[in-house]
Design a protein around this ligand. Sequence first.
Ligand code: ATP
Ligand code: MG
Length: 507
Amino acid sequence: MERIGQTAGLSAAEVHARFDVLVTTAASGIVVADAAGRVQLFNPMCERQFGYIAAEVAGKSISALLHNPPPLGEILRPDAGGTVRPREMVGRRKDGSAFPILLSMGEGALDGKSLYVGFIQDITAQKEAENAIREREERLRSVLETGPDAIIVIDEMGNIESLNAAAVWLFGYLESEVLGRNVKMLMPPPYRDRHDGYLAHYRATGEKRAIGIGRVVMGLRRDGTTFPIELNIGETRIGERRLFTGFIRDISEREGAARRLQDLQAELIHVARLTAMGQMSSALAHELNQPLTAAANYVKAARRTLDQGLEATRPKVQELLDKAAGQTIRAGQIIRRLRDFVEKREGNRAPEDVNKVIEEAVALAFVGAADSGVTVTPKFDAKLPRVMIDKIQIQQIVLNLVRNALEAMAGRERRELRLSTALDGGDFVRVAVSDTGPGLSEDVAAKLFQPFVTTKSDGMGIGLSICRSIVEAHGGKMAAAANPGGGVTFSFQLPVAHDGYEEEAVR
Ligand SMILES: Nc1ncnc2c1ncn2[C@@H]1O[C@H](COP(=O)(O)OP(=O)(O)OP(=O)(O)O)[C@@H](O)[C@H]1O
Ligand SMILES: [Mg+2]
């Protein structure tokens, strides 16, 4: 203190006054103890921190200010020498509550006796902030560790800095086998060969190509198998360093499920076709029987004609045999059409003439119903563009709609079937099938396109649900509406085959 006085040229009393100000206004708790640990000074900040007033602790042991106090020698050990740093301890307030403090201890001498000066900082807020950060970090880590997505962090050169459990599991490596190695090892060619280039390009230009954009690429497992992944990349800067975080989702399962669903759908469509053919089998047999019987009759007639002498009857025999051949060919055509219709095939779409496709299907639908007394009125737009369709599937729709209409009109007085095709906006052609039947009951209308809804004793009730799924697979919509004069109109959209549509569909 004398030294302070000397430098500032102050009297002892003036120095003392300033020392008093310092101690009372200090933002740190200041406690002074003697060699036995007895408190000799306890400043106002300490009073606030511990809830005692100075008089209550004067002469008491400094240990009483600590929660589970260590031995006195430990408390008083000075850290001024630099070997001991300010220590974290737990303070104890008058009311018994504990709080974290930082204690830095200094040792001095007064009148030949040791004196200990402790500076005390309440670090409750600091601790809370630290805990909050640690908690947040841990929560984040647990999310990353337990989330379904694989996460891989790489540096600017592509070297793997860290990865989570899902990533380890997904690629089949041990963490130690990939840490520090280039992430290329998890990619099959051609991605592998391009990756360094991508990174270099980004380093050089800062131009983002993959960052922030999710895309589907291939991953490579340790066992050499590849699988589709959805990759999202984020960028982080830590100081001067740039890190990239890849979020990776295995979509092989998802793709597989979509494909299985498609297979199932195709299977169902096929089964429905078979069923429809099954229901029509006797009519079809009849249809086939006609040309075959006719052919047989022509051949028999030719044989009889021959008995009258070859030369005289030659033109007649030739004519009969031509007719027989014509009927056989007709039978063959029927069989081919049937075989196309029941054959199990990959869905393949091609540009088709919609009117022709519908005419053929209607002919098939009328097999065995030619004498039903139904008048058919086609209203086809002759100038329609081609439509991009799976012909057999669309014919399956028309077949079901027309047969539904015929069945609905059976036994009714007015039996009129109207068919129409027309352009519907720029991208679709609308096909409509309209009847003069009893219309839809409210009950059936409410769940018309649901499977297994039928009012027929021999119906499966899958016709319309399959029609709609075929139309939707073609990107169109299907609807039913009551006709003003009675009966129902079913209509559906087919996509126009635009130029380049085929290439687009392939991609
Ligand atoms: N044009 C129509 N007029 C009146 N009701 C109809 C018409 N079309 C369909 N329905 C009703 O909708 C029901 C479902 O038709 P859907 O074609 O799905 O099955 P289905 O014809 O009963 O059997 P299938 O599976 O053999 O086609 C029919 O049972 C019928 O009650
Ligand atoms: Mg039906």
